[in-house]
Design a protein around this ligand. Structure first.
Ligand SMILES: C=C(O[C@@H]1C=C(C(=O)O)C=C[C@H]1O)C(=O)O
Length: 284
């Protein structure tokens, strides 16, 4: 049970550049006695939120689907794309039109993208592959597989040095197939935390919206940080942060609802998922 001793609430931050617009500078907008941040890869955040070590977190959209009865979505916040995402990519030794991959190594960091890959392989390509969970190290993954799914910063680095490989950008393929956006990550809050700490969750939501607006209004800070910490050119990062979408608009919500329907149809989820949003009652 959550009590006043539960403060500060712990909030999960995705440890990849794709989530920076929602998190860079966020700590300065939070009261540290109310809210603290914990930065991890998505799979760890998914687990920590489920087990109650975190009260709210950016998580894989698929993790929201698994636990949708316990979670609420914070409105107007997500990591998605309507087209190329540039960091959720399948690296293939042979073009898929020529050789159908039988064994695909998939990063253990992801939940959304691994299941998106399964959906695309089955329903778009009519292909039953074997999926082998693996650390996201391209060369190792390809030692014993026809393809490798990698997400986040490791995918960006892999894409810079994979000339001989054939790359499928999953955001782009999803958009070409469905005409919709794809939502890779959402910000979910435990229903119990939203009920017990309405003011703190209100503050978190407002701080994240303000952080997002500030970071996207001028991408200079994020581009410089990315060049310093991850390498590459400013032009690359300008394109990267411009392709990504953070507002969870209609095309991304519709895309996510369709993704959940396909996941249920294929038995990747054992229930239907409705998107349920947090409503700010903090003023009552
Ligand atoms: C856009 C991306 O989305 C990420 C993909 C996730 C997943 O597949 O579970 C989780 C969080 C997102 O930040 C990326 O990895 O680059």
């Amino acid at each position: 049970m959550l009590t006043k001793d539960s403060l500060p609430l712990m909030i999960g931050e995705i440890d990849y550049a794709n989530a920076w617009p929602l998190f860079v500078g966020l700590d300065q907008r939070l009261d540290a006695s109310e809210l603290g941040l914990c930065s991890r890869i998505p799979a760890e955040l998914n687990r920590k939120l489920r087990e109650g070590e975190l009260q709210a977190s950016a998580v894989s959209s698929f993790a929201y689907g698994l636990n949708s009865k316990e979670y609420l979505l914070l409105p107007e916040l997500c990591v998605g794309s309507e087209g190329r995402v540039n960091s959720v990519m399948l690296f293939l030794k042979q073009p898929i039109e020529r050789v159908r991959p039988q064994r695909i190594a998939v990063t253990t960091a992801s939940a959304t993208s691994v299941n998106l890959l399964k959906i695309l392989m089955k329903l778009y390509y009519d292909l039953d592959a074997e999926y082998i969970p693996a650390e996201p190290v391209l060369d190792q993954m390809l030692e014993d597989a026809d393809g490798a799914l990698i997400i986040g910063d490791p995918a960006i680095h892999a894409s810079w040095r994979s000339e001989e490989l054939h790359i499928i950008d999953l955001g782009e393929l999803w958009h070409r197939w469905t005409g919709l956006g794809m939502t890779f990550a959402v910000v979910a809050v435990h229903k119990e935390a939203a009920a017990a700490f309405p003011r703190e969750i209100h503050d978190l939501h407002q701080a994240m919206l303000a952080t997002k607006r500030h970071n996207l209004a001028d991408l200079t800070t994020l581009m410089d940080k990315a060049c310093d910490e991850l390498g590459g050119e400013r032009a690359y990062w300008l394109d990267y942060f411009t392709c990504l979408q953070y507002d969870f608009g209609q095309k991304l919500r519709e895309g996510l609802a369709l993704y959940f329907r396909y996941a249920t149809q294929l038995g990747l989820l054992d229930h239907e998922v409705q998107l349920a949003f947090y409503e700010d009652n903090s003023a009552e």
